[in-house]
Design a protein around this ligand. Structure first.
Ligand code: GLN
Length: 308
């Protein structure tokens, strides 16, 4: 720290970095920059061009507030009010799970299962901020997408994100538990990023997650599969024959176990595999309801193992 009082942006950044580091923040410099850029209403890139400019009094106050929140380990996304997902800016805040970069794999699998121009019907269970539903709707301009969530707060963010990115009411939101509110045999594709953290592992999550993000979006019960299992059961009904179910999970073992359970479910699922993103290594369950695939729908994974 220089002996002179902080004056220009660079001085404040230096102080902020040290302050955040002392509070155990993993990326103190990055967060200090992102928060200052947000306070100034400019991009991080623009901030670099202003490092030797002084801050206004009200900017210093707002920056101090943001830094205090971050030092208490509140996620950056809640403080700035958004997170990028699949190249789209998603509004988030307290009460909704922040979209994770690894969940882009769920979108990739969804896109691999649907032809671009197909007028498919897609359901996203436990949609949270709506990030997955919105990203699919943006990339599949003929698709009709419905997102469900039990949380009113989450759906408020989802509605904002839908309006921002998807014109024309092609994405709708329903307050409901899982897939229960949806009509039978009427969806070509069901996707979900359900809560899948085993209850016993909740305490090991980073403070940013544990203290700030909604527990009901994370805690998947004893083996982490409570919600996922229910969704797999409900999806048998709401999927059209040949329709595809894709779910993000936490571990390959979870994905394999659920795939095995799907295949044992009285022939309702013709195929079920544990897939894994080659880059992020995030596992997913991919299953297909028995019957001939609806037009525009295809099996998204090659060379997957079927279980058992
Ligand atoms: N991957 C998330 C995390 O570790 C968990 C998200 C979920 O349960 N769906 O924070």
């Amino acid at each position: 720290m220089s002996s002179a009082a902080p004056h220009v942006a660079a001085d404040f950044l230096r102080l902020a970095q040290g302050y955040l580091a002392r509070h155990g923040v993993a990326t103190p410099r990055l967060d200090a920059e992102v928060l200052l850029a947000s306070v100034l209403g400019i991009s991080r890139l623009e901030l670099y061009a202003r490092l030797d400019e002084p801050l206004e009094r009200h900017e210093v106050d707002a920056y101090r507030d943001a830094l205090r929140r971050r030092a208490a380990r509140e996620p950056v996304a809640y403080i700035v009010g958004y997170r990028e997902f699949y190249g789209l800016r998603m509004r988030v805040g307290p009460g909704v799970l922040i979209p994770r970069p690894e969940t882009e794999y769920l979108v990739e699998l969804a896109l691999s299962s649907t032809e671009e121009a197909a007028p498919v019907r897609v359901a996203d269970a436990c949609t949270g901020s709506g990030a997955v539903a919105v990203a699919i709707a943006v990339r599949r301009p003929q698709a009709c997408v419905v997102g469900t969530d039990v949380s009113e707060q989450a759906l408020a963010f989802a509605a904002v994100n839908g309006r921002a990115h998807v014109p024309g009411g092609r994405v709708r939101w329903i307050r409901a538990d899982g897939l229960r509110a949806l009509a039978e045999a009427s969806y070509d594709l069901v996707v979900s990023n359900p809560p899948y953290v085993p209850s016993g592992e909740m305490r090991a999550l980073a403070p940013e997650i544990r203290h700030y993000e909604p527990r009901e979006a994370l805690d998947g019960g004893e083996d982490g599969l409570r919600t996922a299992r229910e969704l797999a059961r409900e999806a048998m009904k709401v999927l059209r024959p040949g329709g595809v179910l894709i779910m993000e999970l936490g571990t390959p073992a979870q994905a394999r176990r659920l795939a095995a359970e799907c295949l044992r479910a009285g022939g309702a699922y013709r195929e079920a595999v544990a897939a894994e993103d080659p880059v992020s290594r995030v596992p997913a369950l991919v299953a297909r309801r028995a019957g001939e695939a609806p037009p525009g729908i295809r099996w998204p994974v090659g060379g997957g193992r079927t279980w058992p």
